[in-house]
Design a protein around this ligand. Structure first.
Ligand SMILES: [Zn+2]
Length: 256
């Protein structure tokens, strides 16, 4: 006969923090029972832990659905989603309805400009319909955010053409998935004189530039690309070799 002494701590007890359990059983039976005891305890601990987390995070299915909807947005995790949902819960009904309506109307009523594919409230966007823009120059960009970025510089007065992406075989995006045919179709009717490539300085961006360049080679137009080089504020010693090499090759006349 072997004597086992199992001591457990009970931190939540007011009167005693320790309880002693004495087992007078055979060695083989004791091993099996102790093992079974810990396995059962482990399973129950996991079960209650999952149940506890579930109950703490989502005491309501409605809350869970709202959090999951926010968490499906890029860059939004579960914690941020919960914070946003709880913030909305503190808003008035009118404010929440206004929030929801603005999103619904955005999806239902937004237009894409029939010429440049920029986002618009009307069939033709504000840039394409602006008579003060230079209508002989087209700037080719990947997406709508790029239009906003270039517009923010206030240095460009021509028109745009939004491709809706760039050629990326790894992501299954080919030329037919982009607005390249519609770009070609604009050149003659709109009397375009210059097309500026303003695509990302990546392999995919270069591939797209090259593809479009070949597509436009039949037209008598000037094809240019935005300059690539050392960023404003960057030290030369911290600039990568490719960028610095391009800066030297694409050097420009010094104008004071
Ligand atoms: Zn437009």
């Amino acid at each position: 006969m072997a004597r086992f002494e199992l001591t457990t701590s009970c931190s939540q007890s007011r009167h005693s923090n320790r309880a002693e359990l004495h087992l007078d059983i055979s060695l083989s039976k004791a091993s099996a029972k102790v093992l079974h005891f810990f396995e059962t305890t482990k399973f129950l601990n996991h079960f209650f832990l999952v149940f506890f987390i579930f109950m703490v995070e989502f005491p309501s299915i409605l809350l869970e659905n709202a959090v999951n909807s926010f968490a499906s947005l890029p860059g939004i995790g579960q914690k941020t989603a919960l914070r946003l949902v709880l913030h909305l819960l503190r808003q008035s009904n009118a404010e929440v309805e206004n929030f929801a309506t603005s999103l619904t109307k955005l999806k239902q009523e937004i237009h894409y400009c029939k010429y440049c594919h920029n986002i618009s409230d009307t069939e033709i966007c504000g840039i394409c319909s602006n008579p003060k823009r230079d209508r002989s120059t087209l700037c080719v960009v990947e997406n709508i955010r790029d239009v906003m970025s270039i517009e923010a510089t206030q240095q460009y007065n021509g028109l745009y053409h939004v491709l809706g992406g760039i050629i990326s075989p790894m992501d299954g995006i080919g030329p037919k998935d982009l607005q390249i045919d519609s770009l070609k179709q604009r050149i003659v009717p709109e009397n375009i004189k210059e097309v500026i490539f303003a695509l990302p300085a990546t392999m995919e961006g270069d591939t797209t530039n090259f593809y479009i360049f070949r597509q436009l080679s039949e037209f008598d137009i000037k094809i240019t690309m935005i300059a690539r080089g050392v960023a404003v504020g960057n030290e030369l010693e911290y600039t990568d070799e490719v960028t610095l090499g391009r800066s030297i090759l694409n050097r420009v006349a010094f104008n004071n």
